[in-house]
Design a protein around this ligand. Sequence first.
Ligand code: ZN
Length: 62
Amino acid sequence: MAETMELSPALLAIIACPACHAKFAVDYDANELVCTNQSCGLAYPVRANIPVLLIDQARSTL
Ligand SMILES: [Zn+2]
């Protein structure tokens, strides 16, 4: 069973989507940070509780 990722609120407060600079919603089931900009829709993986904020690592949820 996968462990639930732990992301600090302080971290979440400062990070933003590198593609559009919108804030993220946390998807704990998918271990992803999902951009809240509905015209962007990129989801970034979280590995070992560290968000991988690279556009080429993201997937589109649109
Ligand atoms: Zn975005």
